[in-house]
Design a protein. Structure first.
Length: 434
């Protein structure tokens, strides 16, 4: 079946007006949300870039302990995404839920200055990821609902490119702060908190409170119809939990969520990839914070063209190709000769993986989930992926502790190969779906 099948359940609004003169760019709300994500990612990636070394080298955490915290950091949002997505649809205010999420994450950054035990760190990281879980589905729903069907991949690509600009600047800022400050880690956490607050301010001041249309401003003859549609939306009863859960009856949504979870079970977290690369290539600790920069540069360069490619050739093809790139990166870490080019090749493949999956996944839902349940649908798929990656972090940390890093990565690579084969079969186009 197609990942972006054009059919939708009753009540879905898939027939969007097509008019000549549609501008090739993206809606202004996408650009503003991209700016918010850019600023927020500078803050988040400053912390993410130093966290592995801070926990393992400075605080002396074992790989299992780090895997547990990393799983919390990347997976606890899964338990909140469903709530955030449903509440955003229920109150029909995506900006409010997104703002709460961004605000909670900003409040957690200065708390990193005060904690050092695994329990306290786990609590702070869980709260930070709770904020991410609250904001992700409402934010992506605002992007999806402001974009025409045929331009979803491009819109998410533009947003992810801006988001990745922040992911690129964050590690660079952390590197410069660690080089200049005497108490480097505390300085990184403090600056990160200030930047996070700036992101919240931009969201509050410049993101519109109501959804903007995915096309140009309506012509005079269309304004009455738009007003009628808005009145109908206002008159609808609140979205119920039962309606959100009924989305699981959609075969295409189930296929997408299932494949995202299956592949997520064997997707080693970024922090582990960077730790493995540092050990494999003998990279000095002073350069460690720059490793995410390599991934971010490639992601930034490819996010928009790959998103546009997904609109043309199909999201399922690009999505699976991204996991093939990740599998190649695993193979290089395991078996490639130790050459100066190894870090660049692995980081390039890591960036290709994100460019081909991160924005493509939510873009695939545009024609599957009705507008009034868009945030809930995005949350279901995001939750399935986040829970799977949470489990992967725990399992990989345990495997590294017991068997060592090489066997643990080899097991993940073999698992990814098998899961990709299953996903290819499930998502393969069929003549009956054409």
């Amino acid at each position: 079946m197609y990942l972006t099948d054009r059919s939708a359940p009753a009540g879905a609004s898939t027939d969007q007006p097509r008019r000549r003169g549609l501008r090739p760019g993206v809606a202004p709300v996408v650009l503003v949300l991209g700016t918010v994500s850019l600023i927020t990612d500078i803050s988040s990636e400053m912390v993410t870039a130093v966290l592995p070394l801070y926990l393992v080298s400075t605080l002396g955490f074992s790989p299992l302990a780090f895997g547990t915290l990393d799983g919390v950091y990347n997976g606890v949002s899964a338990l909140v995404q469903l709530t955030g997505g449903h509440l955003a649809d229920r109150i029909r205010n995506h900006k409010l839920l997104a703002g709460l999420g961004y605000g909670l994450s900003a409040l957690c950054k200065p708390l990193l200055l005060l904690v050092s035990s695994i329990g306290a760190l786990g609590t702070v990281l869980a709260l930070d990821r709770t904020g991410k879980g609250l904001r992700t589905a409402p934010r992506d729903a605002m992007i999806s609902l402001s974009t025409p069907s045929g331009k979803q991949g491009r819109a998410f690509g533009v947003h992810r490119a801006m988001d990745t600009t922040g992911a690129m600047l964050g590690p660079l800022a952390a590197f410069l702060i660690l080089s200049a400050a005497a108490d480097g880690y505390d300085a990184v956490f403090g600056v990160s908190a200030c930047v996070a607050v700036l992101g919240v301010v931009v969201l509050v001041l410049f993101v519109p409170g109501r959804r903007q249309g995915g096309t140009d401003r309506p012509a005079p003859g269309e304004r009455q119809a738009a007003g009628t549609a808005a009145a109908d939306a206002a008159g609808r009863p609140p979205v119920r939990v039962r309606e959100a859960l009924a989305l699981l009856r959609l075969p295409r949504l189930r296929a997408l969520a299932g494949c995202a979870a299956l592949l997520g079970l064997t997707t080693v977290s970024d922090a582990f990839v960077y730790l493995l690369l540092q050990r494999r290539a003998g990279i000095g600790e002073q350069w460690f914070t720059l490793l995410p920069l390599g991934t971010a540069v490639v992601f930034l360069l490819l996010a928009v063209p790959v998103g546009a490619l997904a609109d043309r050739v199909g999201q399922h093809t690009v999505f699976l190709a991204g996991h093939a790139a990740l599998l190649t990166g695993y193979a290089l870490l395991l078996w490639a000769p130790d050459t100066p080019a190894l870090p660049f090749l692995v980081l390039a493949l890591h960036g290709v993986f994100y460019a081909a999956t991160d924005g493509v996944l939510p873009a695939a839902l545009a024609d599957v989930v009705p507008e009034q349940l868009r945030a809930s649908g995005l949350a279901i798929v995001g939750t399935s992926q986040a829970l799977a990656r949470f489990c992967c972090s725990l399992a990989f940390g345990a495997a590294w502790t017991v068997w060592g890093d090489g066997p643990a990565l080899a097991a993940s690579a073999l698992g990814l190969l098998c899961c990709a084969a299953v996903a290819t079969r499930v998502l393969r186009p069929r003549g009956s779906d054409a």
